[in-house]
Design a protein around this ligand. Structure first.
Ligand SMILES: C[S@@+](CC[C@H](N)C(=O)[O-])C[C@H]1O[C@@H](n2cnc3c(N)ncnc32)[C@H](O)[C@@H]1O
Length: 245
């Protein structure tokens, strides 16, 4: 199976542009405002891997002065046309030098690291994010839990990919986002909790909080696995007082 960033594909970007917070995605965003209030102190935010701008618009709606960056030209142009007054920037992979050191109070990375292939690449990106985070800033890294690749969900399916269950850290895993009009599988990279913690420590980032949202029976959604298994893992990170590696 070839690994590629499916978000660089024009048709996939077009389908993603229409996506808001259906089904399982609702759980990814439901508890973010509470995490913002508990952990974020200022208003200047970076949306790292902004895609078609859904997560940047979410930050803006919650009072942040947000800039969205992404490596996919298709995604950035759709973000900008949907939200013309927003600030969306196409960046080269790992290239955040246009931003001064310590310039953001909050960095949100929503699903971006699901598609970043190796430990070295992840470490290089977290090191960049550490550099642009203010000393008392917070980095919220929202990623897929490994279990998302093993079960069925309100808006994801993995039943056609039994090989996901044998995947180890760093292996490709496939998943279909059934909320999208584009039915193609997305290839992600399996990266369990211990592997994330290892990279955070190497980048000089400290884990302050880990949130794993579960669906509630009273929510107006036909949950499948969501009430028993958290599909998403949300890390709240701060700069380690000891500094970056
Ligand atoms: C699953 S999409 C999520 C988009 C958006 N955060 C949202 O919630 O709708 C992940 C995005 O991360 C972007 N991405 C992947 N690697 C990146 C990198 N190294 N730097 C910036 N963006 C990246 C992809 O191009 C894609 O648009």
């Amino acid at each position: 199976m070839d690994f590629r960033n499916c978000y660089e594909d024009d048709a996939y970007a077009a389908a993603y542009e229409k996506l808001e917070f259906p089904g399982t995605y609702y759980l990814a965003f439901r508890d973010l405002p509470g995490l913002f209030s508990r952990h974020a102190q200022g208003r200047r935010a970076l949306d790292f891997g902004c895609g078609a701008g859904r997560s940047t618009r979410f930050l803006t709606r919650h009072g942040f002065d947000a800039i969205g960056v992404d490596i996919s030209p298709a995604m950035v142009s759709r973000a900008q046309s949907t939200h013309p007054q927003g600030d969306y920037r196409l960046v080269a992979d790992g290239e955040l030098r246009q931003f001064a050191e310590e310039s953001f109070d909050l960095i949100l990375s929503a699903f971006t690291f699901d598609n970043v292939p190796t430990r070295d690449k992840k470490l290089a990106l977290f090191t960049q994010l550490h550099r642009v985070l203010r000393p008392n800033g917070r980095l919220i890294n929202l990623v897929s839990s490994p279990e998302i690749y093993w079960h069925e969900w309100a808006s994801f399916s993995t039943k056609d990919f039994p090989r996901n269950r044998q995947a180890r850290c760093g292996d490709p895993v496939e998943i279909i986002n059934t909320a999208l009009t584009d039915p193609r599988a997305c290839v992600d990279i399996l990266w369990p909790d211990d592997a994330y913690r290892d990279v955070y420590a190497a980048a000089g980032l400290r884990v302050l909080d880990v949130h794993r949202p579960l669906g509630r029976p009273d929510e107006p959604c036909a949950w499948v696995s969501e009430t028993t298994t958290p599909p998403w893992t949300i890390y709240v990170l701060a700069r380690d007082a000891a500094g970056s590696a």
